[in-house]
Design a protein around this ligand. Structure first.
Ligand code: M1P
Length: 269
């Protein structure tokens, strides 16, 4: 179904800006934080897709991107040429899955359990205004750690985020993990409101660029112009590495309205 939907667009090699691709972060770039995409944004993306290739690269896993960008009848993988969930560890090209990579295989069970046990003990000693459930989410390419728990409601999320700004709960836990496991080769990224991601160093959003570069071998398209749009482009933000990567042209956005504004100016939409 996803491949059928993609067929209403010109083939990648027939787009007017053939060597250009636009990659987008999801939260606060295409949608409000953990919110859903607007019809206006979908329309702009569709217009852009007639000119060049488009893709998203999000830290979250694919089910969340499906919730935020797709609908019950529209598969998110049909809306973009390239879909990169978990920074590209889970990837789709024209609706078809690409090779994925595994955090647990990379780290190994023994080290993983040490990391989990340390984290759960640390969080067990925290006093917070509220705690909910799912404190560690095990994903394919990373783990996501949340001191309040991923089951927090919208209001509870905002309350935690405000509390964290004052008490630095996430920053201190990241520091403790770095100190405890200095030789694990892991990176820590505070990309959202209530959690942070943990993944092997190098498996940040630049990971997805290898799939973009591989297009040379598939259709011969050399994506020489790779635009990236994201809101967390500052050092420490989860868009930083790809934003400053020499292979991309980085665009920092305030929110989805700003993304639309910048796209209209850049591509005359
Ligand atoms: O896309 C940014 C982040 O979105 C979520 O963060 P939070 O739940 O803390 O707002 C998570 O899915 C996280 O993995 C992701 O990096």
């Amino acid at each position: 179904m996803a491949t059928e939907a993609a067929s209403v667009y010109p083939a990648l090699q027939d787009r007017p800006l053939k060597g250009t691709i636009c990659l987008f972060d999801v939260d606060k770039t295409l949608t409000p934080a953990r919110g859903t995409v607007t019809a206006e944004m979908l329309s702009i993306l569709s217009q852009l897709r007639h000119k060049c290739a488009i893709g998203f690269v999000g830290g979250s896993n694919l089910p969340k991107q499906q919730e935020q960008l797709g609908t019950s009848s529209i598969n998110v993988t049909s809306l973009f040429d390239f879909c990169f969930a978990e920074n590209g560890l889970i990837a789709f090209r024209l609706g078809e899955p690409l090779v994925s990579n595994s955090f647990i295989q990379w780290l190994g069970e023994e080290k993983y359990q040490k990391l989990v046990n340390f984290t759960l003990k640390y969080m067990g000693n925290l006093e917070l205004p509220k705690k909910r459930g799912t404190f560690i989410e095990f994903r394919n390419g990373m783990i996501n750690i949340s001191p309040i728990g991923r089951n927090a409601s919208g209001d509870e999320r905002r309350e935690f985020e405000a509390y964290d700004k004052v008490h630095n709960i996430r920053r201190d836990l990241v520091d403790a993990l770095k100190k405890e496991f200095p030789d694990y080769g892991l990176s820590y990224s505070i990309g959202g409101e209530i959690s942070f991601d943990v993944f092997p160093t190098g498996w940040d959003k630049t990971y997805c660029l290898q799939h973009v570069e591989a297009e040379k071998e598939i259709t011969g398209i050399d994506y020489k112009t790779i635009h990236f749009f994201g809101d967390k482009t500052f050092p420490g933000g989860n868009d930083y590495e790809i934003y400053v990567d020499p292979r991309t042209i980085g665009h920092s956005v305030e929110d989805p309205d700003d993304t639309i504004k910048q796209l209209k100016e850049l591509f005359k939409l």
